[in-house]
Write a protein that binds this ligand. Structure first.
Ligand code: AMP
Length: 453
């Protein structure tokens, strides 16, 4: 099946062709014709499967007929994080370049004034995080009664972040006769309930079992101790096949510390974590995309929205507390047909978390190497001798600039994680939608722009 068989318009086919997609992915093959027919849809798919285009492409053609009215968006895409929302907006811009559709992005960290201005003009597509959308709704800046097409993306992530009550509120404000598309990597009971309540006779599509991780990703578990962990990572990052890497950590303070250590070890390291201003995060991502930064240290806030092609390696510096996060993290490599490697550094304390991941994926992660010998505390930042991964240490990549020592007191570090609560709490550090923090950088191009001519 080709894109031509899916019933998309010529303008859209032209844009898709220019992006360089030759064949639709399985989720696109199954979803696009149904969405074009106006059906509700449940898509169980991970990021990396092409699911964004599976809803954005048909939406563009559906919205192609009809006109927007002031303050009444015609369609709404809900995303859990700013990064993901911005990513979807970028895709809309790419695929919709030959359509005259307008779009607004409503995310925390961007000045409300610009967002309100875009809405006043009338938008065809509103891409929003739930908290910011509710804020603007309560201020009377948006009417959702004209919104006949709703996409709830990454629903399981929304659940983890405590957004489900907001989503229920939003759904109740939309017209009853509308088309609703829901995407989620997994289908826990509260999401199933949400779907039962707000979707009508949906078509269900599952492209990869929620727990099955991508076959193109070679995975391994590297036994370490808390003292040898950093040296092991530094050693592994130096392997010649590590071209670009994302290193995940569970804590923002570790992301900061590790970035400093990697810079000291002369890696071109950068960071992205929840404490950074949005403008700063975008700048750092751009530096990673351009190759100026080759090792990006990230907290989970970055895991879902990141779409960087050719990430050769993912390292889990910490075993994620939530097994779902493991799948999302390693999904940053092995994207769109490329192969990738994902290494997880695990201490004996992580046994339970590892067992939970293996239970979810149904696969045992192969163990490699032995725990690295304990490094002396003072030499913490120096690479350890020969790798526990059996990979020779390559010449370290030069850092673009000398880093300043992190003066942050140790006391600031987060306490050890609590076990996953039975009833998920909002993860405040990941929520995007606090009070308007103001935007310190330029307003992104895609904010309130008109697409096409
Ligand atoms: P997603 O699952 O939406 O995060 O998409 C993952 C990646 O696949 C993105 O980099 C897309 O640009 C890419 N992609 C989407 N559709 C296709 C396609 N039909 N062929 C090749 N790459 C695609």
């Amino acid at each position: 099946m080709t894109f031509a068989d899916l019933g998309l318009s010529d303008e859209l086919m032209r844009a898709v062709d220019e992006v360089g997609y030759s064949e639709p992915t399985p989720i696109q093959k199954q979803a696009i014709p149904s969405v074009l027919m106006g059906r509700d849809l449940i898509g169980i798919a991970q990021t990396g499967t092409g699911k964004t285009a599976a809803f954005v492409l048909p939406m563009i053609d559906i919205l192609g007929s009809g006109r927007s009215r002031a303050r009444m968006p015609r369609s709404l895409i809900l995303e859990p994080t700013r990064e993901l929302a911005a990513q979807v907006a970028e895709n809309f811009e790419q695929y919709g370049k030959y359509h005259k559709l307008s779009m607004a992005l409503l995310i925390g960290g961007v000045s409300m004034g610009d967002q309100v201005k875009a809405l006043e003009k009338g938008v065809d597509v509103l891409i929003a995080t739930p908290g910011r959308l509710m804020d603007l709704f309560q201020r009377g800046n948006i009417l959702l009664t004209g919104c006949a097409l709703l996409v709830i993306d990454e629903a399981d992530r929304m659940l983890d972040m405590g957004f489900i009550p907001d989503i229920e509120d939003i759904c109740a404000k939309l017209p009853k006769t509308r088309q609703t598309l829901l995407f989620s990597a997994t289908m826990p009971a509260p999401i199933k309930k949400l779907a039962d309540k707000f979707l009508t006779d949906p078509k269900s599509i599952e492209v990869a079992r929620p727990a099955s991780s991508n076959r193109l990703i070679e995975q391994a578990l590297v036994p370490v101790t808390s003292r040898t962990k950093k040296a092991t990572l530094i050693d592994m990052l130096g392997a010649p096949d590590v071209k670009t890497a994302i290193v995940f950590s569970n804590r923002k303070s570790t992301v900061r510390d590790l970035t400093t250590s990697l810079k000291r070890a002369r890696f071109a390291a950068g960071q992205i974590q929840g404490d950074m201003e949005q403008a700063e995060r975008i700048r750092e991502l751009d530096r990673f995309k351009s190759g100026e930064v080759t090792v990006l240290v990230a907290s989970d806030v970055a895991a879902r929205g990141l779409d960087v092609k050719a990430v050769s390696h993912v390292f889990n510096y910490d075993v994620p507390w939530h097994p779902d996060d493991y799948i999302h993290r390693i999904g940053r490599t092995g994207r769109a047909g490329a192969t990738g490697k994902a290494f997880t550094l695990a201490t004996p304390d992580d046994d339970e978390a590892v067992a939970n991941i293996e239970k979810l994926t149904g696969q045992k992660i192969p163990r490699i190497g032995k725990a690295a010998p304990a490094a002396p505390a003072a030499a913490e930042d120096k690479p350890a001798p020969a790798s526990c991964a059996g990979q020779p240490k390559a010449a370290a990549k030069p850092a673009p600039e000398k880093s300043k020592a992190d003066a942050r007191p140790k006391a600031e570090r987060a306490p050890p994680p609590a076990p996953r609560p039975h009833k998920p709490e909002p993860r405040r550090d990941d929520r995007n939608d606090g009070p308007d923090e103001g935007w310190n950088g330029p307003v992104p191009d895609f904010l309130g722009i008109s697409l096409g001519g």
